[in-house]
Design a protein around this ligand. Structure first.
Ligand SMILES: [Ca+2]
Length: 430
């Protein structure tokens, strides 16, 4: 765990029983367009690719993520200790939207990776008022659903909480925590870490079947990106299994969608294309970014802990051959960054593709950082699937320290949030 001591300031880094029971029909129709085509106030477009950041607010605690419901002008800030704050017109509302800090959330801010980690609003939030959070307890990673208050749009109903998914977790680190709805299918995607400690001691990353553990107490839902239908239930599960999940018909746990991640701290969808950009925090050598194209995501294997980056990892899998990286279902990362040297990265911070209207020359660009080195890097995906990156020139004093997430609001504008509670709008000019 050593390499992650610092960092990790935060993160270090069944078969189908046929019991699907529709609860509602909130899943959006695939129109091929943005889910968020907001009738919101827009900005006067500013041309240019000279990127800067502007601080627009600050909260107490560690700000891990900024996000919005569809077509909603407010910004909701996830605070690691367990609160969600509302930022509107550059003002943080004095009362939190939701405060889970007195529940059994286990948060070790700012020196660890546990706490309230993720937030995703239902695509039909405007009608059903439902949203989802991911948080940790002492020994569980939990996805829960809450509803907005019936009387106050800036307050959630704390009594509405309902646990959707609970996964046993054996160590404080590597908890994933990012959740998002698929822009093309309305399913909830849940990123889990490998459980923690170091080196994937229980081999969770490559284990997909609970009945095929190679190490005692393995947990196949860890080290994955899961895909569940939160608008149905299925037998004892408080969610449904999409029929086209890789193991929906058997061979592994049916929730699994992407295999072999270590700590996919901040991954996102490109809301226009449906591509998934996965920034996976590495172990000893490499930070990595992998882009999976829409329609080619299910069943892909990012390799951990068989390999890390482009190289076989330690001796976890004696049969590993570097030549296998990128063959079959094993996907090679399009971008890796070494840990070594004075500019080495220690915990990659994704990242989302810009789809806003304020800065036309940024459209289609992805922005990412690193929790320790805190650069700001622009990346674009080529037609051939390759990723091209540009290290953006830092302003005087450097880019903000302690980045924890970069994520879009309903307009597609991007915000960097930091472990010292700051929220920055990513802007551009000539
Ligand atoms: Ca863990």
């Amino acid at each position: 765990m050593r390499n992650k001591a610092l960092l990790l300031v935060l993160l270090a880094a069944c078969g189908d029983d046929g019991g699907n029971t529709p609860k509602d029909d909130a899943r959006p129709v695939d129109t091929g367009q943005l889910v968020d085509s907001p009738p919101l106030a827009t900005c006067n477009p500013v041309n240019g690719t000279n990127v800067s950041v502007k601080m627009i607010g600050q909260i107490t605690g560690s700000a891990l993520l900024a996000t919005s419901p569809p077509n909603d002008g407010r910004l909701f800030i996830v605070e690691q200790g367990g609160t969600i704050r509302v930022l509107e017109n550059d003002q943080v509302k004095p009362e939190p939207f939701l405060d889970l800090s007195s529940t059994n959330i286990e948060a070790d801010t700012p020196q660890g990776e546990r706490g309230l980690l993720g937030l995703a609003f239902d695509p039909d939030y405007a009608n059903n008022g439902q949203f989802y959070v991911m948080y940790t307890t002492q020994n569980q990673d939990i996805v829960a659903r809450y509803k907005v208050s019936a009387t106050d749009l800036n307050k959630a109903d704390p009594a509405s909480g309902e646990i959707i998914l609970s996964i046993p977790d054996f160590a404080p680190n590597h908890n994933g925590g990012m959740i998002e709805f698929g822009p093309k299918d309305g399913f909830l995607y849940v990123g889990t870490g490998d459980g923690g400690n170091a080196g994937d001691p229980r081999r969770n990353g490559q284990t997909v079947d609970r009945n095929a553990c190679t190490v005692a107490n393995c947990e196949p839902l860890l080290g994955k990106i899961l895909r569940i239908d939160v608008h149905t239930t299925m037998g004892v599960k408080n969610y449904g299994i999409p029929a086209d999940n890789p193991f929906a018909q058997g061979g592994g746990e049916p929730e699994i969608f992407v295999i072999g991640v270590r700590n996919p701290w901040r991954w996102t969808f490109d809301k226009m294309t449906g591509d998934m950009w996965i920034a996976d925090v590495g172990q000893d050598l490499w930070e990595e970014l992998t882009v999976l194209r829409h329609g080619e995501i299910g069943g892909k294997n990012l390799g951990w802990s068989r390999y890390e980056g482009l190289t076989c990892y330690a001796n976890n899998y004696a049969g590993c051959n570097p030549a296998e990286v990128g063959t079959g279902n094993f996907v090679a990362p399009q971008f890796v960054k070494t840990h070594s040297g004075t500019t080495g990265w220690k915990a990659i911070i994704g990242g989302q593709v810009y789809r806003g209207t304020c800065y036309p020359d940024l459209v289609g660009s992805y922005f990412m950082s690193d929790n320790t080195a805190h650069p700001l890097v622009r990346a674009t995906l080529g037609a051939d699937g390759t990723v091209t990156t540009t290290d953006l020139p830092a302003p005087t004093g450097g880019w903000p320290t302690g980045p924890a997430g970069i994520h879009a609001d309903a307009r597609g504008e991007l915000y960097m949030t930091t472990t010292n509670g700051r929220i920055y709008h990513i802007e551009a000019g000539p």
